[in-house]
Write a protein that binds this ligand. Structure first.
Ligand code: MG
Length: 310
């Protein structure tokens, strides 16, 4: 009988091949207000993440520890990278999606739809064709805590796609509050977290599944339900398992939606990012802190793996 550390909770034996009994949950940074948006830069061996209310983008590396990457960040929330490695971020303050160019300048990619301002872009992913997909709930304009209080101009809280041509389209319009999103490794499936239970308990805390065909999504229903809190950031590994944030930690689901196990974290988790020197680390943003844990899995996003980043 293997004795597992306290931070691992096994629901299905398949989870044992994705974690290790000697692994430790390391708190690599703390003292923040609400951490989010972790993204791994293998070419710099560092993690970028957001502390939304303090308007900071932070940089952490094993060699140099913690430094401020950008302040003020415009209440930057979710982050990802495009296929040239550029940082793509969602800002609550300007209510836009921006790209950081190699010279450090910012290019606004989207800030309005149908002639009206976006709500407060939350999280973002890039598909292989170069399209940028992001969610637009209202968390950044509900109060002045992580943005500026304002009445929404959009009638719905949409999921959007920015085509490589720059054209913006709403691809899903029936979420209460769309939040984290990620593609399956083959990008035939897009998973999107429904976090609307934060303000309406009647909204199920589910991760929804959509079939992807070019720019078109087909609703395949609920993929999984989060049994503690709600789903925020989500990521797939190369085997198609989905790792989701939750109130008690990170929940890992098989591609068929079975809960395989949990990594229990002592603070409410907002998001996660694969990466690390060998690609087998999960970086977890959780309320005031960032944690890191070994997992025997690689992120589906190719730039999180050392074979791509060298
Ligand atoms: Mg989020």
């Amino acid at each position: 009988m293997i004795t597992l550390p306290d931070h691992l909770e096994v629901h299905d034996d398949r989870f044992l091949s994705l974690v290790h009994p000697m692994s430790q949950l390391d708190q690599i940074a703390t003292g923040f207000t609400w951490t989010e948006g972790p993204v791994w830069f293998g070419d710099h061996q560092c993690l970028i993440f957001s502390d939304i209310p303090s308007q900071r983008l932070m940089r952490w590396s094993e060699a140099e520890g913690l430094t401020t990457f950008r302040h003020p960040s415009g209440f930057n929330n979710g982050n990802t990278r495009d296929h040239l490695g550029r940082l793509i971020g969602c800002r609550h303050g300007a209510r836009d999606v921006v790209r950081t160019e190699m010279n450090g300048s910012l290019t606004v990619l989207a800030d309005s739809f149908d002639g009206k301002r976006l709500n407060s872009p939350n999280d973002v992913v890039v598909s292989r064709d170069g399209a940028i997909w992001f969610t637009d709930p209202t968390y950044g304009i509900i109060s002045n805590f992580e943005g500026y209080r304002a009445a929404p101009e959009q009638e719905t809280r949409n999921v959007y796609r920015i085509a490589p041509t720059g054209e913006l389209t709403a691809v899903v319009r029936d979420f209460a509050q769309p939040n984290g999103l990620c593609f399956s490794p083959d990008e035939n499936t897009l998973y999107i977290a429904e976090s609307g239970s934060s303000h309406d308990a009647a909204v199920p805390a589910v991760i929804r599944k959509f079939a992807v065909e070019g720019a078109t999504l087909t609703d395949l229903g609920a993929f999984a339900t989060i049994d503690r809190g709600l789903p925020d950031g989500i990521r797939c590994d190369t085997s198609g398992n989905l790792w989701s944030s939750a109130a008690d930690g990170v929940h890992c689901f098989a591609p068929d939606g079975t809960l395989l196990g949990k990594i229990l974290v002592p603070e409410v988790v907002s998001n996660l990012a694969f990466g690390g020197p060998d690609g087998r680390r999960l970086h977890i943003t959780a309320t005031t802190s960032v944690y890191r844990v070994f997992v025997d899995a690689f992120g589906a996003e190719p730039w999180t793996r050392p074979s791509v980043n060298g």
